[in-house]
Design a protein around this ligand. Structure first.
Ligand code: PEP
Ligand code: MN
Length: 338
């Protein structure tokens, strides 16, 4: 249920109302809109709670939430959620650009990448320190050493750091270094991991599972929101289909579809979405055109030498050209890249 508070209700009354919601055995999420405050009252209902809550003086109305995902739903918050961390702004007309190598490989590689993607317009640095690899024999990432190198690259450039956390045991460690915690596609339905990052007060970039439906994707986001972390960024990174010409199939219709249903920002990953370097730039511009709030792109100073995902990785020069094109599209549509 959504408990819509009357305009001008004091903070104290909102807190009191949230306590009343909890006394009914429901979870209260306070959502501050520009116009008014609403309280999402979530949980198993017995039926009488709606009338009880509606009877309070400071409550304007109580309406049911129809979507299975509650806090993620547009029904609860019509204004878009905007994520801001350092110079990275995602949502509300600003297109955040996260770029960098698939994996952190060395100090020189990550700092060089950071300097070059920043010069081309990136507002955050990506780079995996803990890598989910299909084969146990592939490079698994530099782990904590990689996190330290990401922090060093942030010191040099000021870029926000986006990096993956693969297990609940590593959440505190990764959160010490990262500005944004990435949940990889393979972990989209790792509910213990989702709950663990939901307890952290840092934004989470949640990648769509390659076979997840939109509803499963939004319910995965709901796990994080339900723990009180309101800063969730959705990432469309492509799905498995019968098609084999690309590594995955990148369904860009999910961007406007999600925007109709959730207030959360949506970022597109054209690198994993296509798996082919030459397709990355055109799919970046297409993502901006269809309303994406951000991009996450794999860029390496020497793509052929990348230790993971080389075939989908673009050079800093290629990235700079892609960003020039994206800027033109963004400006034409009244939005701002970076
Ligand atoms: C990555 O970002 O390098 C990655 C492993 O992505 P995904 O989880 O989407 O496969
Ligand atoms: Mn990768």
């Amino acid at each position: 249920m959504i408990v819509v508070m009357k305009r001008g209700t004091t903070e104290e009354s909102v807190q009191l109302m949230a306590r009343r919601v909890e006394e009914l055995g429901l979870k209260a999420h306070i959502i501050q809109g520009t116009e008014r405050v609403v309280i999402a009252a979530i949980g198993d209902k017995r039926g009488s709670e709606r009338d009880t809550l509606a009877s309070y003086e400071e409550v304007e109305q109580v309406v049911p939430i129809l979507a299975p995902y509650k806090v993620a739903s547009r029904e609860i918050k019509s204004e878009p959620t905007v994520i801001k961390v350092r110079d990275l702004v995602i949502g509300g007309g600003r297109i955040g650009v996260i770029a960098g190598p698939c994996s952190v490989e060395s100090e020189e590689q990550i700092i060089d990448s950071a300097v070059k993607v920043k010069a081309a317009g990136a507002t955050a640095l990506r780079g995996g320190a803990f890598k989910p690899r299909t084969s146990p024999y592939s490079f698994q990432g530099m782990k904590e050493e990689g996190l330290k190198l990401l922090a060093a690259a942030r010191d040099v450039t000021g870029l926000a750091v986006v990096t993956e956390v693969m297990t609940p045991h590593h959440v505190d460690l990764v959160a010490q270094y990262a500005d944004v915690l990435q949940i990889g596609a393979r972990n989209m339905q790792n509910y213990h991991l989702l709950e663990a990052v939901g307890k952290v007060r840092k934004p989470v970039l949640l990648k769509r599972g390659p076979s997840a439906t939109m509803e499963e994707f939004l319910l995965a986001a709901e796990y994080i929101l339900d723990q009180g972390n309101q800063e969730v960024i959705l990432c469309e990174r492509g799905i498995r289909t019968f098609e084999t010409h690309t590594r995955f199939t990148l369904p860009l219709a999910s961007v406007p579809y999600l925007k109709e249903r959730t207030h959360l920002p949506i970022v597109v990953d054209p690198s994993h979405g296509t798996g082919i370097a030459s397709l990355v730039a055109p799919m970046c511009t297409a993502s901006v055109a269809c309303g994406a709030d951000g991009l996450i792109v794999e860029v390496h100073p020497d793509p052929k030498k990348a230790m993971s995902d080389a075939s989908q990785t673009i050079s800093p020069e290629g990235f700079a050209k892609a960003m020039d094109q994206c800027r033109i599209v963004a400006t034409a549509l009244g939005r701002q890249l970076g």
